[in-house]
Ligand binder design. Sequence first.
Ligand SMILES: CC(C)[C@H](C(=O)O)[C@@H](O)C(=O)O
Ligand code: SF4
Length: 458
Amino acid sequence: MGRTLAEKVWEQHVVRRADGEPDLLYIDLHLIHEVTSPQAFDGLRMAGRKVRRPDLTIATEDHNVPTVLGPIADPVSKAQVETLRKNAAEFGVRLHPMGDAGQGVVHIIGPQFGLTQPGMTIVCGDSHTSTHGAFGGLAFGIGTSEVEHVLATQTLPAYRPKTMAIEVTGALPYGVTAKDLILAIIAKIGTGGGQGHIIEYRGQAVRDLSMEGRMTVCNMSIEAGARAGMIAPDETTFAYLEGRPHAPTGQAWDAAVEYWRSLRTDDDAVFDTVVEIDASTLSPFVTWGTNPGQGAPLTSAIPAPEDTSDPAAAQRALDYMGLTAGTPLSDIEVDTVFVGSCTNGRLEDLRAAADVLRGRKVKARTLIVPGSMQVRADAEAEGLHEVFQAAGAEWRQAGCSMCLGMNPDTLSPGERSASTSNRNFEGRQGKGGRTHLVSPAVAAASAVTGRLTAPADL
Ligand SMILES: CC(C)[C@H](C(=O)O)[C@@H](O)C(=O)O
Ligand code: SF4
C-alpha cells in the first residue's frame, strides 16, 4: 500500500523503534524563543550537558519584545529575554536579538532564511510550529521538557499520529484568502476536529496558494486540534526556497529538489480521516466567539447559540464578547485593528492590507506589525510603510505584538479588535479584550470603516 506524505517524512526520521514504545525521531531543525526555553537550558546545565547540535538550533526574541524602539520595561519580559541571551551565548546557539536584522517571530524567520525545507522534522516549544509544514515537512510544537530532550540529543520520542486529508475542491473566489479558508475549515471540523491527526491540505485551491498563504493555513492546524499540518512541496515551494541563505546550492540544490519531488502522498495511500470542503462556496470569514471554530461568513449574522454545535459554549462566548445573536457580523464595531503575527505577518499580508488602505484613512486604532525585521525592510523597500502611515496606521518593529498579551501591545478591558492573528480566546490580547479573527484584507477594510467589513464593501 502507498504511503502518505506524513508517513514518508516520519519513517525517514525514525532512529529507534521498539514495541510499545514511542518512535525516536531525528530532528532536523530546532527553533527556540524566550518563553519556553529557560527551564530547558537550566536542565542541561544541571545535568552538565551541552547542546548536541547548535548548528541545527536557532533562537529569536519575539513574544516579549516591544514593537516600538526602546528597552523592555516589563521586568518579567526583560528577564526572559536576558535569560535567552545568556543561554544562547553559553551554549553556542545562534540568536537573533531585538534590533538584529534577522530578528522576528520564530515561525516567520525559519522559512525566511530557507532553514525550513521539505521533508524535514522541525520542532519548537511553540504550538504554531505547524506553520513550517507548509513546506512539506513534519513540524510540531513541543513542551519545555521535550525542548531539553532535543537540545541534549537532537532526537524526540513520539507516537505517530493518525493522518487526515483535507481535500479542498474548487477554486477560492476572487478576494477570498488563505485565512478565510482555514477559518472556514476550523468552523466546519471544530477546534477538536483534527485531534490526534497530522492534516495534509490537498486539492487545487491549496496548490494555487502562495507559500505565504500555505503557511497561514498550516499555522492554524493547531487551532483545529491537529498535531501538525502539511502541504506537499511543489514548484511554488522550490521557487520560494531557491536562493535563500540556507537553501542548498548548485548540485546539492538539484539533488534536494529531486528528493523533494518524491515527497507526495502516493495515489493508493489511505488516510485515517478525510474531510472535503468546496472552496468555491467560500467568502470572507470572521469569528464571532472565543475559539477559532466560532466563525461565520462576514455576510451572515451572529448565530443563535441553539443553532451551534455547543449552545452553552456559544452563549458564554456571546456574553464575553458583548454580542447578541442575530446581529449582522458587518454591524460589529471595532476599536482596534491588528495586522501581524505568524499567521498573517508576512510581506504578502502587508501588501494585502496596503492595497486596501492606499488613499484611505483609518477610523480605528491600527497596528501594522511586520512578522520579522526582514519583512519590515522588504515592506519599506516597496513603500508600504508610507501607505500605512498616510492612512493613519502605526508602523511597528517586528514581534508577536498584539497576537498575545505578553508585551506592551494589548487591548484594554472591553476593547474590541479585528485581528489577523490565530487565537480569539478570552483575554488573549489583553484582559477583557474581545478578538475577531480576520484576514489582512478584512482587517484593513475594518480599520477604514470602524466595523467588520469586507474590502468589496468599501
Ligand atoms: C508562548 C507560546 C508557548 C505560545 C504557543 O505555544 O503557541 C504562543 O506562541 C501562542 O501563540 O500562544
Ligand atoms: S505570533 Fe502569536 S501565534 Fe505566533 S508565535 Fe507569536 S504569540 Fe504565538
